[in-house]
Design a protein around this ligand. Structure first.
Ligand SMILES: [Zn+2]
Length: 134
């Protein structure tokens, strides 16, 4: 259900952006979601296709989904590091996807081994661009 709610808000904000840019018909929308965001990409794509017909101005829009890799910044030494390459087991990485806060339990800065870091990328869903006809 989470995917459907997200898809709906993505379509609505895409249409709002199109309105701001005086686009009459929305043709394409780029959607970026973070690697740590807990959504099923297939359900999300399906929801976008199903829901677009219900939103005026979005019926002909195609959605290009891309994934933003997660990135962390160590608070001790400012080193930035990705999630990839740090994964220990599949279970742990799955768990991090469900509960990003739990990343702190499993990850350490690869440079200074500090467990004190912040998530700087890889969360949330955003619109990267829109294309349409004026
Ligand atoms: Zn560090």
């Amino acid at each position: 259900m989470h995917e459907w709610a997200l898809a709906e808000s993505v379509i609505k904000s895409a249409v709002a952006h199109a309105g701001e840019q005086k686009l009459r018909r929305l043709k394409e929308t780029g959607v970026v979601f973070g690697e740590l965001q807990d959504i099923d990409r297939e359900i999300f794509s399906f929801a976008l296709e199903e829901l677009r017909a219900q939103v005026p101005g979005a019926a002909a829009c195609s959605f290009k989904i891309s994934v933003e890799p997660a990135a962390f910044r160590c608070k001790a030494c400012s080193h930035e590091f990705p999630l990839k390459g740090l994964k220990k087991t599949k279970d742990e990485s799955e768990f991090i996807h469900f509960v990003p806060e739990m990343a702190h339990t499993f990850l350490k800065c690869p440079k200074c081994k500090s467990p004190d870091f912040e998530i700087i990328r890889g969360r949330g869903v955003s619109i990267s661009y829109i294309k349409g006809e004026k």
